[in-house]
Write a protein that binds this ligand. Structure first.
Ligand code: PBG
Ligand code: ZN
Length: 324
């Protein structure tokens, strides 16, 4: 295959030929849409750093879920803004917590929309860390008990999939065990297996009001420089019976997505995080990039790297373009 006999441009001559040889396809089935459910009534507040994304109370969440469902997006992932926060993050595992109420309201109207819940404590603790604090750091094993209780209460409220994002050691096993012991052996765990300590979460922490009040998350989230550590984290979660593996963030970690795709057979999820979304919004608002083209190129790049599913704030915009 040498020039001039071989000419690569022959397969790029027109759109039909390009369609025929296209290797990667983004589908609406690949998309998961995040929602921020806020305590109260009549709340619908746009997040300044995330245009088009809102903190909203349950009736607005249900309304947006109807639209999401009509657009063909199969799943949402829920984050909660509770009425009150405390050192133990009690709303997270309360029967009447913000997420538990939200799940029930969605499932009542839209039983066939898949509801995934983020399982973590940082949205519910007054100090903003992902677990309970002892001697100035997050106590791993104490936190496991609360995360397991949180996952169980989500399942009881009707969640279809639970997604732990805390990065405590042993949490997938702890959650699997409590679900199985309580009649929820059919509920999958989508593990945020490989989650880096990333500055790309900045806008999300405004949205979820979950910025740590002291220190940072580097004693539990991963160092962005590490690749082999990602394999150890994924291996642990596979042993603990995770049903999905996730890499987060996505854009600066496409190599890790590719690596995990080659090493593990579980469905692989990319989290296209808040900062990645905000950068595209800001640059397109400045008139510097073509919003829709950059968005689709970014999402297809994540699929090409190995993602089977993508959690993205762009899900609704992408679904609209995919419909054509
Ligand atoms: C909670 C959680 C975070 C995100 C998802 N779940 C924030 C964090 O760990 O600080 C980030 C999502 C995003 O940036 O879009 N642990
Ligand atoms: Zn957290």
């Amino acid at each position: 295959m040498y020039f001039p006999e071989y000419r690569a441009r022959r397969l790029r001559r027109n759109e039909n030929i390009r369609r025929m040889v296209r290797e990667t396809h983004l589908r609406v089935e690949d998309l998961i849409y995040p929602l921020f459910s806020a305590f109260g009534k009549g709340v619908r507040k746009e997040i300044p750093s995330m245009p088009g994304i809102y903190q909203q109370s349950i009736e607005h969440i249900v309304q947006e879920c109807r639209e999401v469902r009509a657009e063909g997006i199969p799943a949402v992932i829920l984050f909660g803004l509770p009425e009150t926060k405390d050192p133990m993050g009690q709303d997270a595992y309360s029967e009447t917590g913000i997420i538990q109420e939200t799940i029930r309201a969605i499932k009542k109207e839209l039983p066939d929309l898949t509801v995934i819940t983020d399982v973590c404590l940082c949205e519910y603790t007054d100090h903003g860390h992902c677990g309970v604090i002892r001697d100035g750091d997050v106590d791993n094993d104490e936190t496991l008990r609360l995360l397991a209780a949180e996952a169980l209460s989500h399942a009881r409220a009707g969640a279809d999939i639970v997604a732990p994002s805390d990065m405590m050691d042993g949490r997938v096993a702890a959650i699997r065990e409590i679900l199985d012991a309580n009649g929820f052996s059919h509920i999958p765990v989508m593990s945020y297996a490989v989650k880096y300590a990333s500055a790309y979460y900045g806008p999300f922490r405004d949205a979820a009001d979950s910025t740590p009040q002291f220190g940072d998350r580097r004693s539990y989230q991963m160092d962005p420089a590490n690749r082999r550590e990602a394999f150890r984290e994924a291996a642990l979660d596979v042993q603990e019976c995770a049903d999905f593996l996730m890499v987060k963030p996505a854009l600066a970690y496409l190599d890790i997505l590719r690596d995990l795709k080659e090493r593990y057979d579980l469905p692989l999820v990319a989290y296209n995080v808040s900062g990645e979304y905000s950068m595209i919004k800001a640059a397109s608002q400045a008139g510097w990039i073509d919003h829709d083209r950059v968005m689709m190129e970014t999402l297809v790049g994540m699929k090409r790297a190995g993602a089977d599913l993508i959690i993205t704030y762009h899900a609704r915009e992408a679904a609209r373009l995919l419909r054509g």
